[in-house]
Design a protein around this ligand. Structure first.
Ligand SMILES: [Zn+2]
Length: 280
């Protein structure tokens, strides 16, 4: 992901917040009225939660989860901001012209970055980790503090991280057939193991300097510290391998079990310790 574009999106969001919001964390209504965007809540097709077209934001009226709704609302506002900014739009076209991850996927990632910045302004997030320390427990803490989802908190934590790190959310479940490796043996025993739920990555975000992340459905090995945290319902920290499919890399990993999920941070470079941070 291109960091220049991410910074550009964050700048667009900050400008809008400065102009139209009454506090550092804006409400959806004040931003929409400032930008003169119309909002329609209705049943949306194909399980979509939100859509944007021609200065109208559509939000699915069945969405009950308040945190998820807020994230979707600001995701759609960011669609408008990117469309309105001609430079970023053409940059995006240029960037994705020869890319395996196409235009749409990159655009969606940028809209998530924008939504996270609306809900959890970088400045406020940095203030929080200067007080609390930069560690995996910050994910659920920030989610509660900013009344946002832990997915949004994970995106923003990675975005403002003081070190090179990869943040992941893991859940146990079945891996869709087309996501298992192509050289999977057809032996019956192997085949059956495919249908066993496995702890895997459901969401991953990396700090701007890390340039790598773990793909969705990456399986966490049974003996990995993240898997141990899951089976012991606890928090663990230690040296471990990042489960990249292609190569091996060891680093410090923190894994926190919470409500059937594990939140984990892989520190490619050490995070500053809290005593040093307070001097910055
Ligand atoms: Zn979108």
């Amino acid at each position: 992901m291109n960091n220049k574009m991410k910074r550009h999106v964050i700048e667009l969001v900050r400008n809008v917040v400065n102009e139209y919001a009454s506090t550092t964390i804006p409400t959806f209504d004040e931003i929409c009225s400032g930008l003169e965007l119309k909002v329609v809540e209705d049943l949306l097709p194909n399980g979509k939660e939100g859509m944007y077209a021609k200065k109208i934001i559509f939000i699915d009226s069945r969405m009950k989860n308040e945190e998820r709704k807020r994230f979707t609302q600001f995701h759609e506002v960011t669609h408008y901001l990117i469309e309105r900014d001609g430079d970023l739009f053409s940059e995006l076209h240029e960037y994705t012209v020869n890319q395996e991850h196409g235009f749409k996927k990159t655009l969606e990632t940028l809209c998530n970055v924008g939504a996270a910045e609306f809900l959890m302004p970088s400045k406020e997030f940095i203030k929080l980790y200067n007080e609390k320390g930069f560690n995996v427990q910050l994910i659920p803490f920030a989610a509660k503090h900013f009344r946002s989802s832990t997915i949004a908190a994970t995106i923003q934590l990675a975005q403002v991280a003081p070190n090179r790190c990869i943040a992941v959310i893991c859940e146990k479940g079945l891996i869709p057939n087309n996501k298992t490796s192509s050289n999977t043996s057809l032996l019956a025993t192997e085949n059956q193991s495919r249908y066993k739920p496995k702890l895997h990555v459901v969401y991953s975000a990396s700090s701007p300097s890390a340039n790598r992340w773990l793909a969705k459905y990456t399986v966490i090995p049974d003996d990995h510290i993240v898997n141990q945290a899951y089976s012991k319902f606890t928090m663990l920290e230690g040296e471990s391998e990042i489960p990249f499919p292609g190569w091996k890399e060891r680093c410090t990993c923190e894994a926190l079990y919470k409500r059937n999920r594990v939140y984990a941070l892989f520190h490619l470079t050490p995070p500053p310790n809290p005593n040093q941070m307070s001097l910055i």
